[in-house]
Design a protein. Structure first.
Lengths: 445, 358, 309
């Protein structure tokens, strides 16, 4: 290679680069509330990550279309994590200081959540993990910056067992039954095991653990084992292509789909739409109710964002399950800011610490939610300094071969089982990290 | 004109054998070290530290290890990610299971454990080589992925399989902010690089290279392939394992086996091939290239998009990143199959003659 | 006993699919000495092309979901793979003649990245479906002999048949046609082949083309089974132990190796897995290949002149 040319290009490149860097630094001065978006639109999990990201961004666009949060405009910037922890950490570092500092991070990955849990307290940026992340982080006394709003995996596991018990006709009927857990072999998939084992001890059923290696396209042996051991129910704890593969294999081995129950990350449209009739009867948990394509908020988005040609994704995706979950996640962050403004001054840009106060004092009752257009989409959420989860409303929806139908009443997690486990696990975390848990008095400072 | 060794006479064996025989090189290295240890902490902002410099330092260390094995001893490996994982988890277990274990000792013990495991997984190299060996090391990769996912003892029975460390300190020096982390990793890298450089210049390094160049001939002149190969595996694994421990402890602080997946192994191999096989310098070049390129592309593409008026979506950027990354790899392999290190040495040769090339 | 047979059959069928991917590896290695890591990306690329053209062509021409559209998509996807093969030869391989194995391997990894990026940006990132009318429901045989019957997956069975036919055709091609003979000559000795007038570059295009077609068939089968999405490219890693076991240069080796790995994986997962925690398929396949390497480094059917150390 011609050395002189190389040196020339290199120095030219450096000059262009540095001028670009200064240009972008100048642009970042404006006074706006910054919402970083860690997303994954490529890679093995893209079919599930993309609608979530679109919902997240669309809601932020809607907030701006409506004039911002009490007049404060929202800015956002995406960073592609590819569902990989190290890229997620890099994205976090890149975005946390931009546009005057990040408001809140929502990584949509349990692995990234684990890594950021160690970093967020130092940077004083809250972490919302609506429906994923560390289950014990619902204890706000120890995990002061984590907000697993709306539900954790332990809630999911507990409700799943409640539902199965109801199907069988009572908790006492669980005795002697066998429940298989087919799970994504990662921190995400392993989260429910602790609760299932606890409940198995209590209710006398048997748990069979069947891990599936990333990315989950090879499940033949798993389903052969299921065919052999004939469990009464199969819990599916997958993400991405693993879900549809599981349903296909269930079909191929003749396991009845109506005995299969998925967590809320295994019950969306990309998981079943290609399996179609083959997934008929399959049920999954809902995180809140989530998707109601006739709700007011969906119409708002269509009118204020998509009609102007500013929609992030395709139009027909608005209102789908993962899209709505992204939208709700964004809404929770925005509402945290709004709440914080009530205390620290309306129309001002909130810091991470102030937003944390907002998130800890979130009180979205049904009337407020309905007014925001979330009727039929969400149920009330009320957090406190010690309870970072807020509420745990779960329903079951079933795939009828063409679309999802809601098929059960509301469930809530059983605090009697979960609370001691949360306290134990978070206590161990605090001890390992030599953290002093917050007392209720400290909260109101 | 400046870079010329005229008048530098070696009057002793020691002077003849020093690492940098040319005075200007010595000064340059000292300058770089001073710059890295003193100036960088004063000049650089937090993002650069956390997202670029620290990963670069740690991955350079790992690349050094891979280069010892692949570049100097000619044994190809696709299991470097696994060895990083072993280092990280071993150090973690030493750190939490033994009360009051000093951080440095934990990290180095992590490296030693990896060396032992590395010797074990190096045994196939006595029978096979080349691509077959690559696949044998892949076996190590998938096996360790599974071990750390499935055997709860290694992750201290954590329910999710993810582990974390905190409160790192060495003799009262708290390693909690980016600058201290950077200096800590830089210290490791400096010492290890010196070690590697000297090892490759000594008898053992020459044995490795003899095995690499022609193993039968090496055996004939009295080099024991068993010792040479396994020692290369041990030393290389030690480096990689220590790097893995640093990656977990210092960079991520909380990690799961997926942090050391097969993609990491490929990445490390890329580093040494692009940087230059059989060159210490090359390991640094390769690590810098691989760490910085995707991040730089990620930052530049949106700006370029803005300038040209095309809005590039996040997905578009990462597709473009894949294409450019792959394209550059192929381009480099075609234009300079010996890596950036070769470009560097050609540059130095030219500089010696400059400005009178004839 | 019934269950054992089921596992065995399941393993054999999975193995047949692995062989299909492994075949791609072997073809290219035989002709050009390149260990093609991009084979997985090629499978993904071909499947994406097929799936999307099967969507687009009926939309452009106004056809209603007929088999014609699928067939046309298959042909076009084949053409796309031809272009890919030609580009790879023109832009990459031609410039890397006589480089070391490791360099070539890296180059194919680069090609894999490019293919993944181009595939995703041209064809999209979502899950796409390939519908070639494969039956999805299982059949149960011998219900009288075994309790619950013997489960056979029709889809897998058809896929295995297609794979077998493809292997047969390839063997014929290699043994009986002039081009096939030229390919084998190149595999034996590049220089000798060149000196008797076999054009090396054309041979390479042909062999990458054939590998592309094999990838297309594999992509269609896997894609119809799993849906076409990014994870398809990871099947290459699953097929690697197969080539090692079967030998890098042997087509029957790829087949037999695939069957052994398939059966070994499933049996180990089902019988050994529950004892030590499950999820052992992948590394078990590799360990199997590794143990094999120690005793027979050239693989089952590989050429014996491998440098043994």
């Amino acid at each position: 290679m011609n050395l002189r040319k190389l040196a020339l290009t290199a120095s030219l490149g450096a000059v262009v680069l540095s001028s670009l860097a200064t240009a972008s630094a100048v642009a970042a001065e404006a006074k706006e509330q910054f919402f970083p978006a860690l997303v994954y639109r490529t890679g093995a999990y893209a079919p599930n990550g993309t609608p979530w990201a679109n919902g997240y961004i669309d809601y932020l666009k809607l907030v701006n279309a409506k004039g911002g949060i009490n007049g404060v405009k929202v800015v956002f910037e995406e960073c592609e994590t590819g569902y990989a922890t190290d890229r997620g950490v890099e994205c976090y570092e890149r975005l946390k200081g931009k546009h005057g500092g990040a408001t809140v991070f929502q990584p949509l990955s349990t692995g990234i959540t684990f890594a950021l849990t160690e970093k967020a307290p130092k940077d004083k940026i809250p972490l919302i993990t609506a429906g994923y992340g560390r289950s014990e982080s619902s204890n706000g006394a120890v995990f002061t910056w984590n907000f697993p709003l709306l539900g954790t995996y332990w809630v999911g596991a507990d409700v799943a067992i409640q539902y199965i018990a109801k199907q069988l006709g009572g908790v006492d009927k669980l005795k002697g039954k066998k429940i298989a857990l087919v799970y994504h072999d990662s921190p995400y998939g392993k989260e429910p095991i602790a609760v299932l084992e606890e409940l198995a001890k209590k209710d006398g059923f048997e748990v069979q653990l069947l891990p599936v290696a990333h990315p989950g396209v090879e499940q033949k042996a798993t389903w052969l084992q299921i065919r052999q051991s004939r469990p009464d129910y199969v819990l599916l704890w997958g993400w991405g292509v693993m879900n549809s593969t599981a349903l296909r294999e269930a079909q191929a081995t003749g396991y009845p789909r109506d005995k299969m129950l998925g967590v809320w990350w295994s019950g969306a449209d990309p998981d079943v739409k290609d399996v179609g009739e083959g997934a008929k009867g399959y049920s999954a948990l809902t995180l809140q109710d989530g998707a109601d394509s006739n709700s007011k908020i969906v119409k708002d988005i269509l009118a204020a964002v998509h009609a102007k040609g500013e929609g992030t994704g395709p139009k027909d995706e608005v209102g789908s399950i993962l899209y709505m979950r992204g939208l709700i996640s964004a809404m929770l962050g925005v509402e945290g800011v709004r709440k914080a403004q009530e205390r620290y001054g309306k129309g001002k840009v909130m810091t991470g610490e102030q937003v944390r106060w907002g998130l800890e004092n979130l009180n979205l009752d049904q009337a407020t939610l309905d007014a925001m257009g979330f009727a039929g989409v969400m149920r009330p959420v009320q957090t406190s300094c010690l309870d970072h989860m807020g509420s745990s409303w779960v329903r079951i929806r079933t795939w009828n071969g063409k679309k999802w139908e809601t098929t059960s009443d509301w469930f809530q997690a059983d605090d009697k089982t979960l609370r001691p486990m949360v306290m134990l696990a978070s206590g161990k975390y605090a001890e390992d990290k030599k953290l002093k848990p917050r007392t209720p008095e400290e909260c109101n400072k | 004109m400046l870079y010329r060794e005229n008048g530098q006479f070696k009057t002793s064996y020691a002077a003849d054998q020093q690492i940098f025989p040319i005075a200007q090189d010595r000064w340059a290295i000292i300058g770089i070290l001073v710059f890295a240890f003193v100036a960088v902490p004063l000049l650089v902002d937090e993002y650069l530290f956390r997202a670029i410099l620290i990963p670069f330092l740690i991955l350079s260390l790992a690349a050094l290890g891979v280069n010892i094995l692949v570049g100097y001893c000619g044994q190809i490996t696709l299991g470097a990610g696994a060895f990083m994982a072993i280092g990280a988890y071993a150090a973690y277990n030493f750190h939490i299971r033994i009360e009051g274990m000093p951080l440095l000792v934990s990290l180095l013990l992590g490296g030693f454990t990896t060396a032992v495991v590395g010797i074990f997984f190096g045994i196939p190299s006595l029978r096979v080589r080349g691509l077959y060996l690559a696949v044998a090391t892949l076996a190590a990769q998938f096996f360790t992925d599974w071990v750390f996912l499935r055997i709860p003892w290694f992750t201290d029975n954590s329910s999710s399989g993810s582990v974390s460390v905190s409160n790192l300190h060495v003799m009262g020096w708290q390693i909690n902010n980016p600058v201290s982390k950077y200096l800590f990793c830089l210290g490791f890298l400096t010492i290890f690089a010196l070690l590697a450089k000297n090892m490759t210049r000594s008898a053992i390094g020459r044995q490795w290279m003899a095995i690499r160049d022609m193993d039968v001939a090496a055996e004939v002149i009295g080099i024991r392939p068993l010792f040479a190969k396994l020692s290369a595996f041990a030393v290389s694994s030690f480096f990689i394992g220590t790097a893995g421990a640093l990656w977990g402890f210092v960079h991520l602080a909380s990690w799961e086996p997926a942090a050391f997946s097969v993609d990491r192994s490929f990445q490390l191999l890329f580093m040494v091939i692009i940087g230059g096989l059989g060159s210490i310098m090359g390991s640094f070049f390769g690590a810098a290239f691989i760490v910085i390129l995707p991040i730089a592309l990620n930052q530049i593409l949106p700006v370029v998009g803005d300038l040209t008026g095309i809005e590039i979506s996040t997905a578009g950027i990462s597709h473009a990143e894949l294409i450019i990354f792959g394209g550059l790899i192929v381009f480099f392999l075609i234009k300079e199959p010996h890596g950036i290190a070769r470009l560097w040495s050609t540059g130095k040769e030219k500089l010696r003659l400059w400005p009178f090339p004839h | 006993m019934g269950f054992f047979l089921e596992t065995l059959i399941g393993g054999l069928m999975a193995g047949m699919l692995y062989s299909l991917v492994a075949l791609g590896f072997v073809l290219i290695f035989k002709a050009s000495g390149v260990f093609n890591f991009a084979q997985g990306a090629m499978v993904l690329f071909a499947a994406l092309a097929m799936a999307r053209f099967a969507e687009w062509i009926p939309a452009w021409l106004g056809l209603q979901g007929s088999y014609l559209g699928t067939a046309a998509a298959f042909v076009i996807a084949g053409a796309v793979m031809f272009v890919v093969a030609w580009l790879v030869e023109r832009l990459v391989l031609r410039h890397l003649v006589n480089q070391e194995g490791a360099t070539l391997l890296m180059a194919t990894l680069g090609i894999a990245y490019v293919l993944e990026g181009v595939g995703a940006s041209v064809f999209g990132d979502d899950i796409y479906r390939i519908n070639v009318g494969m039956p999805k429901e299982p059949v149960f045989l011998f219900e009288g002999i075994f309790p619950g019957g013997l489960l056979i997956n029709k889809e897998d069975f058809i896929a295995a048949l297609i794979a077998a036919v493809l292997v047969g055709l390839l063997t014929l091609f290699f043994q009986k046609t002039t081009t096939g003979r030229a390919l084998r000559a190149v595999a034996d000795d590049h220089q000798a082949a060149q000196s008797i007038g076999i054009p090396l570059n054309r041979i390479w295009v042909i062999v990458w083309c054939v590998a592309g077609l094999v990838a297309l068939v594999a992509g269609v089968i896997w894609g119809s089974k799993l849906g076409v999405q990014f994870s398809l490219s990871t099947v290459a890693l699953r097929a690697l132990p197969v080539v090692i076991l079967g030998g890098l240069t042997s087509i029957p080796g790829a087949i037999i190796g695939g069957l052994i790995i398939g059966v070994g994986e499933k049996l180990s997962e089902v019988y050994l897995g529950p004892m030590i925690g499950g999820g052992i398929e992948i590394w078990f396949a590799y360990q199997l290949a590794l143990v094999f390497l120690l005793f027979r480094p050239q693989g089952l059917f590989g050429e014996k002149i491998i440098d043994r150390v």
